[in-house]
Design a protein around this ligand. Structure first.
Ligand code: B1M
Length: 212
C-alpha cells in the first residue's frame, strides 16, 4: 500500500491551483486506504476554503479562485467513484431532486451531497447549477420525489431557496425541502419552512429522517 499523503499537502494542492497534483494526491490517498470523505473534508475542502479567504482579502484574484476550483474538481473527479461505492442495485430508499438555485454557479458542495445521497441508497435527480425554481417543481412533480434539496453559496441567491419553498407549496406538492450551502443556517431554514444540513454527511442523515 502506498504512503498516505498529509492533509496539508491536499490543502496546498488546491491553494496552489495545481490540477495535476490535486488529482495525483487524491489517487495516492485512495491507494493508501484513506476514507474518501475525510480526504475531501479534512484536505481539499480546507484548501478551497482558504482560496475563498485569500480572494476575499484581495490576495487572490478571480483567475486564482477559478484555478483553485479546478484543482478541487480534479480531485473530486478522482474521488467520486470511491464515494459512489455504496448502495447499488437495491430499491431506492427515497427520491431526491437536487440542484444549486438560479443565479448561483457553485456546484462542488451540491454535487458532493448528491453523490453521497446516491451512495446511501437514494435515487438522485441532479439538475446541476443555476437551476430555475420551475425546473425543481417540474422534476419533483414528474418523479414523485418527496425531498427537494437546494444549495446556495451566495447571500444574493439564498432568497431563491424561499421562492422554491413557496413555489412547491403553490404547486400542491407534498415535499420536504432541504437547504444547504455556506451562508445558510438552521435559523434561515426555519424561517423559510425548510430543513437545514450543514454538510454532506448531515444531508444524508436528514434525508433519511425526512423519508422515514
Ligand atoms: Co465563489 N464565492 N464566487 N466561486 N466561491 C464564495 C461562495 C465566497 C464565500 C468567497 C468569499 O468571498 N470568501 C463568495 C460569496 C460571498 C457572499 O455571497 N457572501 C463568492 C463569490 C462572491 C463569487 C463570485 C460572485 C465572484 C465573482 O465573480 N466576482 C462568483 C459568483 C458566480 C455565481 O455563482 N453566479 C463566484 C464564482 C466562483 C467560481 C466559479 C470561481 C468557483 C465555483 C466553482 C464551482 O462550484 N464549480 C467559486 C468557489 C470555488 C468559491 C469558494 C472559494 C469555495 C466553494 C466550494 O466549492 N467549497 C467559496 C468560499 C467558501 O465557501 N468558503 C466561494 C467546497 C464545498 C465542498 O463546500 O460548497 O460549502 P460547500 O458545500 C458544503 C456545505 O456547504 C454543504 O455540504 C457541502 C459539503 O460539506 N452543502 C449542502 C452545500 N450545499 C448543500 C446542499 C444541501 C446540504 C448541504 O442540501 C440541499
Amino acid at each position: 500500500m502506498s504512503q498516505p499523503p498529509s492533509f496539508d499537502s491536499l490543502r496546498l494542492a488546491v491553494v496552489d491551483g495545481d490540477v495535476d497534483q490535486a488529482a495525483a494526491l487524491a489517487a495516492q490517498a485512495l491507494a493508501a486506504g484513506m476514507d474518501p470523505l475525510e480526504i475531501i473534508e479534512r484536505g481539499f475542502s480546507e484548501g478551497i476554503r482558504e482560496v475563498g479567504e485569500l480572494w476575499e482579502e484581495g490576495e487572490y484574484f478571480l483567475p486564482e479562485l477559478i484555478q483553485g476550483a479546478e484543482a478541487m474538481q480534479a480531485a473530486m473527479d478522482v474521488l467520486r467513484p470511491a464515494l459512489e461505492g455504496g448502495a447499488g442495485g437495491s430499491e431506492p430508499i427515497g427520491r431526491v431532486v437536487i440542484g444549486t438555485v438560479q443565479g448561483d454557479l457553485h456546484d462542488i458542495g451540491k454535487s458532493l451531497v448528491g453523490t453521497l445521497l446516491a451512495a446511501h441508497g437514494f435515487e438522485v435527480h441532479d439538475l446541476g447549477a443555476d437551476v430555475p425554481v420551475e425546473a425543481f417543481v417540474e422534476r419533483a412533480r414528474r418523479t414523485g420525489a418527496r425531498i427537494v434539496a437546494a444549495s446556495a453559496l451566495l447571500t444574493t441567491t439564498m432568497p431563491v431557496q424561499k421562492r422554491l419553498v413557496d413555489a412547491l407549496a403553490a404547486a400542491g406538492l407534498e415535499v420536504r425541502v432541504m437547504v444547504g450551502g455556506a451562508p445558510t443556517s438552521p435559523a434561515w431554514a426555519a424561517e423559510i419552512g425548510a430543513h437545514h444540513a450543514e454538510n454532506a454527511q448531515r444531508a444524508v442523515e436528514l434525508a433519511r429522517e425526512l423519508s422515514a
